[in-house]
Ligand binder design. Structure first.
Ligand SMILES: [Zn+2]
Length: 289
């Protein structure tokens, strides 16, 4: 029986189809796990319910299967664990680590001025929940991006754990999710690098182990914009899934041999697992396609 020292995961949001940018990250995460003979979990980050799209989970599962990216165990859904997030929030309220905030979300990019930190706001009024941060430096060694050092107070401020519309915020939810799934090796896109210091802070408060982090470059279009649903990136064309994998391996700088594009999905992945060298992406922040 294999006792994995390493568990990875892919955690898409069911907000639409998988586009090339998302399968790029999925493949990197899959290859990191499989080349370490390790588990690869699948979870749907489905808490932002207004953005969820009916049928997206089915489409995503089919896309991963067609590309041969098979996951281990049952698929997990954040929405199954709402009670867990709320239980931690209740503890945080009791211990004074978080506070209610009634401010509007207008200036999301600004550091929050702590306006509501010392006010008494009724739980019956609509409010977000913010965590108290202090002037400390969060430092971590990203496997690809190197040492990252950010100040919690001046670069993040008192950040939101639960939005005013009751949606649990991403950095808080994934801390509990990764712990629940025993994930200790997080591979995801560079666009989430800045969520990491918040997660490390929460893991520290909750006495949870911090996973290793590996942030892969994001794919950008000719104008330098990230491929995303917002930029209307189209669904992956699955008429030739082996060619899709070949293209992704090229963008992952794995230098796949030309003949490989005529091999079937299983053979392409087998080659990719054997030859996987993530260091070729060291320090790369985006890939223009
Ligand atoms: Zn406020």
């Amino acid at each position: 029986m294999l006792t994995p020292h390493y568990t990875g995961r892919f955690a898409p949001s069911p907000t639409g189809h998988l586009h090339l940018g998302s399968v790029y990250t999925a493949l990197a995460s899959f290859l990191e796990a499989r080349s370490h003979h390790s588990l690869w979990r699948l979870r749907f980050d489905d808490l932002d319910t207004p953005r969820n799209v009916a049928g997206a989970t089915t489409h995503i599962l089919q896309t991963l299967e067609t590309l041969g990216l098979h996951w281990d165990g049952e698929v997990d859904y954040q929405s199954w664990h709402l009670d867990d997030y709320h239980a931690v929030l209740a503890d945080f309220i009791t211990s004074g680590k978080i506070y209610r905030c009634q401010c509007s979300r207008k200036n999301l990019t600004d550091i929050y001025a702590q306006t509501c930190r010392y006010q008494c706001i009724s739980p019956d009024l609509p409010h977000s929940l913010r965590i108290k941060t202090d002037d400390q430096q969060i430092i971590f060694d990203d496997i690809l991006q190197g040492w990252i050092s950010q100040n919690l107070a001046t670069q993040h401020g008192d950040f939101i754990l639960k939005r005013k519309d009751n949606i649990i915020a991403y950095p808080f939810a994934v801390v509990l999710d990764d712990a629940r799934q025993a994930v200790n090796h997080v591979v995801r896109g560079m666009d989430l690098l800045n969520a990491t210091p918040k997660q490390l802070y929460l893991q520290h408060l909750l006495h949870l182990p911090a996973p290793n982090y590996l942030h892969v470059p994001i794919l950008v279009d000719a104008k330098g914009h990230k491929l995303s649903k917002q930029t209307l990136a189209t669904a992956v064309d699955l008429t030739a899934p082996n060619r899709v994998l070949f293209q992704l391996l090229d963008w992952l700088k794995q230098m796949p041999p030309f003949e490989l594009q005529n091999e079937n999905v299983g053979n392409v992945l087998e080659w990719a697992i054997q030859h996987w060298n993530v260091a070729r992406l060291k320090g790369v922040k985006h890939i223009a396609i």
